[in-house]
Ligand binder design. Sequence first.
Ligand SMILES: [Zn+2]
Ligand SMILES: [Zn+2]
Length: 666
Amino acid sequence: MPTIQVALDVPVARLFDYDAPQATEQDVGCRVLVPFGTRLKTGILWAIATEPGCDPAQLRPIQALWRDVPALSATDLALLKFCSAYYHYPLGTTVLHALPPGLRRTKGWTPPRRTGASVLAQDSDNPPLPLALNTEQLQALRGILQVTDRFRCHLLHGITGSGKTAVYLALIQALLAQGKSVLVLVPEINLTPQLEQHFQQHLPQTTLLSLHSGLGEKERVTRWLAAQEGSARVILGTRLAVFCPMPQLGLIVVDEEHETSYKQQEGLRYSARDVAIMRAQQGQIPIVLGSATPSLETWLNAQRGRYHQHSLTQRAIAGATLPRMRLIDTRRTALQQSLSTPLLEALQTQLSQGAQSLVFINRRGYAPLLRCQQCGWSCPCTHCSTRMVVHLRTNQMRCHHCGRSRPIPVHCPDCGSVQLDTLGDGTQKVEDQLRWHFPHARILRLDSDTLSSPTQWREARAAIQQRTVDILVGTQMLAKGHDFPHLTLVAALGGDQALYSTDFRAAERLFSQLMQVAGRAGRSHLAGEVLIQTEFPEHPLFDFLMRQDYDGFAQYELNQRRLSGFPPYMHQAILRAHSKRPERLETFMAQAHAKALALAPKPPLTLFDPVNALLHRRAGDYRMQLLLQSPRRQNLQEFLGLWEKTLTASTLRSVHWVLDVDPVEL
Ligand SMILES: [Zn+2]
Ligand SMILES: [Zn+2]
């Protein structure tokens, strides 16, 4: 009587045995419905056990074995197993979370009834748009296509506007011609409609689907299945798509590989870029990481020859040049609130020429702070150790960490004073200032408050493209990959806090963000200009930025990291724990620390003391963390494996914890 091992979504790092007389080897990777305690749970049939782990008479029978959708393949399961081991996260939870939610339900899958057009967008009537590649693009293409039957990791380092997408498309065409499928990862959901349309124009005969969390539950499963069955040959998706089964997968592309949105920040804290590399390695296929400002991890790997580097140094559109860069020293220039005179003059010139401008500020809301002039009260969030942000449009104070809101107070609740001031700038305040200075200009604000749906994005993009907008005000949402051909002036404000941040990655992010946002200017034949307001013009970062010298910046920053012993020269992991009960949390962390010491970590592993998280309290939860690091990944991984077991054994009720391997935020 066959016993099966089932992976279940429970926080325990083991498989569960069940009795399943009907199961065969072919069913490994199928979904099963099993009794668990008093409930029913959906799991994945992980293996047929040769010998049951317990008395067969005690095994409970499964409730159902679903063969309604294809089983996950051995390759798919191997990738999930690797992820579970590498991120020290329970196998069952890893496996179930990789599935689209529609396949995690405790019922079988019923395909939706098709009405009207098929989701499988395909347009075989139109001929493909031709791709014209320049010499550098062709060189990169040939270099990558040299070896396609083995694992190779390529870095496509191309300046903004250099036409990385055209190289991806030519690669996809070549791989499709070999009968392979291609997975393309993008950092942000809002980029998918634009890219999808662009890709489809060049690949009219190919079924291309996007996969992201914005899709309805049924739609997501339908697309997942189309990839798994091989009918969708190109999948364009956000980080969750990295787990999508694709039997003929021949190439993975990770666009904007440096983006931190590839890292999941809860549950299984995986980096989709790193998982994609593991997947390419397991499948023995090439992977291309594309960026104008690669992460320093990737850059170092390329410098050391582990990754094959291909560079695009020219803008792809003939005649398009890199924008002129100018720093505005805010200590020496008159500021009218947040805007300097040179900046206002530049905007005025643009307006009189009918040209489009972008004002970039990386903070949404009206102002980051409301402060009582009398007593200094500044509207703390009642559930987080942070202050609430002023949102004047909705007359709210809003917490950007837990989402709580309250009306903007008229009096200070502490001293009763009515003298409440707003401090600092957010997108709304800058928008108001611009409206005051340029009452006739058509101004559009773009941040996550105004762009919460793909429809809003589509409308905004149409308005920008049809030139019914003169000045755009926006956050980093605008910096990523968007192509605005009429934009010729970019002004960046308020990036200075990154220069004195405690996060060692802040400078890298600011550089990358400013390079990206600067890259929005002058992408067509119109020359672009970039103005950056700063209080620290002498900071080396700006030197490299003015010359748009990524290589120089990377060299400089890597040197700093090496000297201070930070990643990528160091591999890190953080134990993150949270609880509503601070005393329990402290006990757990002290025990975790003691257990780590008892394991006698072998040098060069360094163990730090448990500390409060930077945001100690979020949404009512107290948060603490403990950092470990080692210059040798293997050393760290071995220790984490041992430590994780003792942590699992000593988990306290009401304390939740997770290991964050290769954290990107502290
Ligand atoms: Zn007060
Ligand atoms: Zn809050």
